[in-house]
Design a protein around this ligand. Structure first.
Ligand SMILES: O=C(O)c1cccc(C(=O)CC[C@H]2O[C@@H](n3cnc4c(=O)[nH]cnc43)[C@H](O)[C@@H]2O)c1
Length: 244
């Protein structure tokens, strides 16, 4: 099982790496600086590559695509891609310190303003606004990690007001969290036909901006805890068994 985990920043990548006793070593490929966690042989060939791919959907898509292409060209493609990191939680569904696992990954601001309000690109006849992780894998991971399942929104601008938070909730009633990379990672994964997951540890409520109140340490610790439990599920998952 070959897994690519894309985070935005090195602190998030290192929080994922901290879940494992096996060391991570540099594994550069063109267009992406990967860290590879070396698991022992009894781990059924689990390979975990970690990528701090940059903040925002464009950087995330570009770096994830580079890693996916490089792996495909060497004949060792990834079986699953995970977008991971901290995120904002919609209240009261996703409190600070909780984990959110996406059952859909939806871009919330890719569209047009029209006289009738916001229109997603799909209504304009283009592309996609949502990617769906495999149901069975989401259920298993939510069960072992205790993560809440819901929609995770991708935004290019962090929400900074109660009005914007309410607007996003109105348009996406199932949204539990927002972050800035999931949809970019998912677009790259979809282009390669690889399943995608997104897991977010909530560092702050979505709403009026109060950067000083972000609980980044608490969220990074939750991310480490989640990956410690998630690895055995990934190790035993058979991507060819997808029934959903
Ligand atoms: O300053 C630090 O030590 C630090 C450590 C880890 C991560 C950061 C970031 O600022 C990461 C930015 C990243 O966080 C996501 N995020 C977090 N909260 C929100 C939110 O309310 N709305 C949207 N995105 C959020 C996002 O994915 C950014 O890439 C700093």
């Amino acid at each position: 099982m070959r897994v690519l985990v894309t985070t935005a920043v090195p602190a998030e990548r290192d929080a994922v790496a901290a879940a494992f006793t096996a060391p991570a070593s540099a594994h550069p490929v063109p267009g992406a600086a990967l860290s590879r966690v070396a698991f022992p042989a009894e781990s059924h060939g689990l390979v975990l590559d970690l990528l701090a791919g940059g903040v925002g959907p464009a950087a995330a898509a570009a770096s994830t695509a580079a890693a996916l292409t490089s792996a495909a060209l060497t004949g060792e493609p990834y079986d699953v891609v995970v977008s991971a990191g901290i995120g904002g939680g919609f209240q009261p569904g996703a409190p600070v310190g909780s984990l959110v696992l996406a059952d859909d990954i939806t871009v919330a601001d890719l569209g047009a303003e029209t006289p009738d309000g916001y229109a997603p690109v799909t209504e304009l006849g283009f592309g996609a606004v949502t990617h769906r992780p495999p149901d069975s894998l989401v259920r298993e991971i939510a069960a072992v990690t205790g993560a809440r399942q819901g929609s995770v929104l991708t935004v290019s601008t962090v929400t900074g007001s109660a009005a914007r938070a309410a607007e996003l909730r109105r348009r996406h009633p199932r949204a539990l969290a927002e972050a800035m990379e999931g949809f970019g990672v998912a677009e790259a994964a979809a282009a390669h036909g690889v399943p995608v997951l997104e897991i977010r540890a909530v560092s702050n409520p979505v709403g009026p901006r109060d950067r000083a109140a972000w609980r980044i340490g608490e969220a990074l610790a939750a991310l480490t805890g989640a990956f410690g439990k998630l690895a055995p599920v990934l190790e035993s998952w058979n991507p060819h068994d997808v029934t959903d």
